[in-house]
Design a protein around this ligand. Structure first.
Ligand SMILES: [Fe+2]
Length: 194
């Protein structure tokens, strides 16, 4: 029987876990993310924007894995996993990976959708920089934040990292950009795994 990624991660060593995650994204990231780039290209571009910004390993790994929830939600092996079926992609990813990574990785992933709402609330020019698909989902995700939501978001110790990740997320859609293969991140993943 083929095991789900989560089951395989549970019985793996740290270095095996890093390989499993790298292989999973490589094997399952061929779906198109929005109009042009694939999920795989989107992930490695987001992570490399983190490298270029000299970010910490946790945030670079968060950028690499931030949309794994979309891939898990489309994985037929996960059809019976209630977490995967019943949650939004950012929440399910953070829950799915919670036994394997610290909050510094999980929280920016969990917050990357609210972070778009937050940035558009505090920066009136940001909405126009979003892709059409991202503008559309912004409205479906609740649009601008109320002041109580904004205060709540800012009370999370990881919110500035979530905002940073979100900005890379919105830029990681360049069909012409060449970036290193996902293997480049294997040691970083292993380093930040619990
Ligand atoms: Fe994304």
């Amino acid at each position: 029987m083929i095991e789900t990624l989560q089951t395989q991660l549970k019985s793996a060593s740290k270095s095996e876990r890093a390989s499993l995650l790298v292989d999973y994204l490589k094997a399952h990231g061929n779906e198109h993310y929005e109009e042009d780039v694939t999920q795989y290209q989107h992930a490695v571009q987001a992570a490399y924007l983190g490298v270029e910004a000299d970010a910490g390993d946790e945030l670079i790994v968060a950028a690499l894995l931030h949309d794994i929830g979309h891939i898990l939600a489309d994985d037929p092996l996960e059809a019976n996993n209630p977490t995967v079926k019943n949650d939004f992609h950012e929440v399910l990813a953070a829950n799915y990976l919670k036994d394997f990574f610290p909050a510094a990785v999980l929280e920016p992933i969990r917050l990357h959708v609210p972070a778009k709402r937050y940035i558009c609330t505090v920066d009136s020019l940001y909405y126009d920089k979003l892709s059409l698909a991202s503008q559309k989902s912004f409205h479906l995700q609740g649009g601008k934040m109320e002041s109580t939501e904004q205060a709540d978001f800012e009370s999370n110790p990881h919110y500035t990292n979530a905002v940073q990740l979100r900005k890379w997320d919105d830029l990681a859609k360049d069909v012409t950009k060449e970036v290193p293969d996902i293997a480049y991140y294997q040691a970083r993943i292993e380093k930040v795994l619990l």
